[in-house]
Design a protein around this ligand. Structure first.
Ligand code: ATP
Ligand code: MG
Length: 556
């Protein structure tokens, strides 16, 4: 990573500092363990920045491990997108990619070890009965009639499970712990179940699959992870994590630490809900620029630096909270205000004709790419007799507060001349079609010589030289801060979250590349759409407006 990103400390880093100081570890090894059942989102970015960031700062290592124990829900498309997103965020994993499924043989051996130690049994209650026997938070569970089978019988039945002798739901393997534990996860949790499903890595080799709680701790141990960092909902599962490792001869016992997950206003983060938006075509795909996914944010024009900065600003604690959407936006705005080249585009064009400017004349005006950064250079912008300006930048009449073009008054065209609106032409509906102006030829690069004060500056694009472009103006995907809590989150989708406009952009933007973001002067930040934009049919996405327009609305 090029930028020097000072790392604020957090409770996990304090634990690591202590472990290193006490000699408990000599190096740090973390992992990021996504389940390949969806695309990564901004919440995952928090976990990625934490795990990979720790590895970087302590000169340790961070593994990328696909936690792939649910073959039905997982897909290689997700594996590929996750790899791409982690790389794009600026991180590299240690060595090869790992898959929990790499350990299926070993996990099977560990299951046998538990059975042999009398610590696991094959259950033949139905899933409903298992639920019933488990009890509740206020009532202890009761032992299954199959709990005290002999080791031999359990070995034979587990072999029957493995070889396809049981249908799904007919049998499972359970750890024998404590049916009256106050931690529900310790009430003889299921550790293996029957699934006749093809797996994206292991094909049809297995018809039994290990459960998350059994797989995760053992995968961590097998990889020599020192600090296994996860989100708070796994706090109780830590008991089971430790129980498995304490009872098996693995020779390594990583420690699990939990932090609070990222919740962000005006969006949903559950992969199940995001998946619904995609499959029900309520958005264009996982990388729809309105999605909180990494690929969506990238397509929207977010930089990876702005996402890392966001993760730094929100910090890592054990406190549950919800972050305002505007704090994500302010990270990208801060980045782009510094780094995005300026350009001119008109989103809602109305024509201006400068009657005292030659019809066949073109002047290539030099405009700075950044007002405060001469090192970003200049570009040539063609100026012609006919121009587009924003419809909202003209009024036939207006008071002094309106510092744009008004009939009979003057305004500065950005980087060009001072023009005066003389008259308008309208269509049969009374809509203005053309504004006829005159320009003061002395004002290119100068103030009027007679001392007239010109208050406003507006942007423009040449009619002859400008290029048509579809401009997609995005807004928050949901109308309420916490759509996840609504009875029907899909009913709270913002119908105005995407507005497509036919605009015009300055000629130089023909060369705009995916991954570049521009400030369209006076409007906001925009990037070429990385899927749909071509040199002949430009499409720009609005990353974010110039300032936070929601702050005003919310304050009302
Ligand atoms: P979901 O509940 O939507 O299925 P998940 O947490 O199961 O998401 P995983 O793919 O298992 O998704 O997550 C990989 C890692 O990312 C886990 O360590 C998880 O704790 C972390 N993670 C997921 N969501 C968030 C979030 N909102 N904030 C911080 N970390 C998260
Ligand atoms: Mg998960």
């Amino acid at each position: 990573m090029s930028e020097a990103e000072a790392r604020p400390s957090n409770f996990i880093r304090q634990i690591i500092d202590k472990d290193l100081a006490e000699g408990k570890h000599t190096s740090v090894h973390t992992r990021f363990p996504p389940e390949p059942n969806g695309y990564l989102h901004i919440g995952h970015a928090k976990s990625i920045c934490l795990n990979f960031g720790i590895a970087q700062d302590y000169q340790g290592q961070c593994n990328l491990r696909f936690d792939d124990t649910n073959p039905e829900k997982e897909d290689i498309e997700y594996v590929d997108s996750i790899k791409e997103d982690v790389k794009w965020l600026g991180f590299s994993w240690a060595g090869d990619i790992h898959y929990s499924s790499d350990y299926f043989d070993k996990l099977y051996e560990y299951a046998l070890e538990l059975i042999e130690k009398g610590l696991a049994y094959v259950e033949e209650l139905t899933p409903e009965q298992i639920r019933e026997y488990r009890g509740t938070l206020t009532h202890p569970g009761k032992d299954s009639p199959f709990r005290d089978r002999s080791v031999e019988e359990n070995l034979a039945l587990f072999e029957k499970m493995r070889s396809g002798g049981f249908k799904e739901g007919e049998a499972c393997l359970r750890a024998k712990i404590d049916m009256s534990s106050s931690f529900m996860v310790m009430r003889d949790p299921v550790i293996y179940r029957v699934r006749f499903a093809s797996h994206h890595q292991t094909g049809d080799k297995w018809c039994i699959y290990p459960m998350y709680d059994f797989t995760h701790c053992l995968s961590d141990a097998l990889e020599g992870i020192t600090h296994s960092i996860c989100t708070l909902e796994f706090q109780d599962n830590r008991r089971l994590y430790d129980w498995v490792l304490d009872n098996l001869s693995v020779g390594c016992h990583p420690r699990q630490y939990e932090f609070s997950r990222l919740n962000l206003e005006y969006t949903v983060m559950s992969k199940r809900k995001l998946n619904q938006l995609v499959t029900e075509k309520l958005v264009e795909g996982w990388d729809d620029p309105r999605m909180p996914t990494i690929s969506g944010l990238r397509r929207r024009g977010f930089t990876s630096a702005s996402i890392r900065e966001f993760c730094k600003r929100i910090g890592v604690t054990k406190q549950e909270n919800t972050i305002e959407f505007s704090s994500l936006e302010s990270c990208i705005r801060d980045d782009l205000n510094e780094n995005a080249p300026r350009a001119m585009a008109v989103l809602d064009p109305v024509k201006v004709v400068i009657e005292n400017y030659d019809a066949d004349k073109v002047e290539y005006l030099k405009l700075a790419n950044h007002p405060n950064k001469p090192e970003m250079g200049e570009r040539e912008v063609p100026f012609t007799r006919e121009l587009w300006i924003e419809r909202e930048d003209f009024r036939e009449e207006a008071n002094k507060k309106y510092k744009r073009l008004v009939l009979g008054k003057e305004v500065r065209l950005r980087g060009a001349y001072v023009v005066k609106a003389e008259r308008v032409e309208k269509d049969e509906n009374g809509e203005i079609t053309t504004i006829f102006c005159t320009c003061d030829p002395e004002t290119l690069g100068n103030n009027p010589s007679d001392g007239r004060k010109i208050k406003g500056v507006i942007h423009w694009v040449s009619v002859e030289k400008g290029l048509p472009a579809e401009i997609r103006v995005y807004d928050r995907l949901f109308t309420i801060p916490n759509p996840g809590a609504a009875s029907d989150f899909k009913a709270t989708i913002n119908p105005d979250s995407l507005i497509k406009k036919q605009g015009v952009v300055e000629a130089g933007l023909k060369k705009a590349q995916a991954g570049e973001t521009f400030q369209f002067e006076r409007i906001g930040y925009f990037c070429p759409d990385n899927k749909d934009s071509t040199a002949d049919a430009l499409v720009f996405n609005r990353t974010v407006g110039l300032r936070d327009t929601w702050a005003k609305i919310e304050a009302k």
